[in-house]
Design a protein around this ligand. Structure first.
Ligand SMILES: [Zn+2]
Length: 312
């Protein structure tokens, strides 16, 4: 008999990845397609089905070996209704139900979660969050997002909404954010936030030549302005982590996302500030970099599928 598998799908603004995964977390096959959300949802669903079919076929198993499909999607999403509510990065998919058509096509349970929650699940299952009772993962990249996992379950708020850790106000005098407050973590520490700050401080440089990654590279090369920008982002992240410790008292805080390629530049500010925390039991809290890289969301989606298959 075929070994049972699940499929994890990671939907981002530019690409969709899928993998067939065993109960033990081994990837049997994987594939990627462009998201191309501007081509409409029907087109996206057709291509996504083709991607899932191809990763299943590559495992050499029949469709009957599939137990469930889990999706991590650039949020906001409604995990209870199964809908995508993201007019920003998935414009023509806004409001669509993705769970129902995939469930009908494959005859298995399908679950969708916010990508930050999926990444947190992935790190808890197979990465830096393993063994934690309460784990907070913060992903710093194009935005700053977070997922909170308690005893293997995603923490949910009203109506199933997930906490927007990246939009905690860190510095009220900081840049205004679309979220409605100024100086939130995302507006200070995301890749684009570092690029915006650097463009203001480096008026002679062509703005298009400055990105979050270029600022980090310049800081490593000794550029004092770039270093100041990175230090500001690191200081904001230190304050963010400090508050996360007070709010959730997690066993483990996992920091991931592309900005954390500069983890070594951020870590001293985080450790220094956290050592001053007199409220949280900091000796019992591990703060570390994510371990799964770009696969965290994909593996978390697979974990979500496994959990859903057990409910049936
Ligand atoms: Zn914000």
């Amino acid at each position: 008999m075929d070994e049972r598998i699940v499929v994890g799908v990671d939907i981002g603004g530019t690409k969709i990845a899928a993998a067939a995964v065993t109960k033990q977390g081994a990837i049997c096959s994987r594939g990627t397609i462009p998201t191309d959300a501007d081509r409409g949802f029907d087109d996206g669903l057709r291509r996504m089905t083709g991607l899932i079919d191809s990763v299943l076929a590559e495992t050499g198993r029949s469709r009957h070996a599939l137990d469930a499909i889990g999706i991590g999607c650039a949020g906001p999403v409604d995990p209870i209704a199964g809908t995508i509510d993201n007019p920003y990065t998935l414009p023509t998919w806004d409001g669509v139900n993705i769970v129902a058509p995939l469930g009908a096509a494959y005859g298995v349970p399908v679950a969708i979660e916010n990508d930050a929650d999926a990444a947190a699940m992935g790190e808890c299952w197979l990465g830096a969050g393993r063994g934690g009772h309460t784990v907070v993962m913060v992903t710093l990249g194009t935005g700053v997002g977070g997922g909170v996992i308690v005893d293997g379950q995603i923490y949910r708020g009203a109506g199933g909404a997930h906490p927007e850790i990246g939009h905690m106000s860190i510095d009220p005098s900081g840049p205004e954010c679309y979220c409605g407050i100024s100086g939130c973590w995302e507006s200070l520490s995301s890749g684009p936030a570092m690029a915006v700050a650097a463009r203001t401080m480096m008026p002679k440089r062509p703005p298009t030549s400055i990105s979050g990654a270029s600022v980090v590279a310049d800081a490593r090369a000794g550029d004092p302005v770039a270093r100041a920008v990175v230090d500001r982002a690191a200081a904001a992240t230190a304050r963010g982590v400090f508050t996360v410790l007070n709010l959730y008292v997690p066993d483990i805080v996992v920091l991931g996302g592309g900005v954390m390629d500069a983890y070594d530049l951020f870590e001293p500010a985080i450790r220094t500030l956290v050592s001053r925390n007199t409220m949280a039991p900091v000796d019992r809290i591990t703060i570390c970099r994510a371990a799964l890289g770009n696969d965290a969301g994909l593996m978390g989606a697979a974990r979500i599928a496994l959990d859903r298959s057990k409910d049936v």
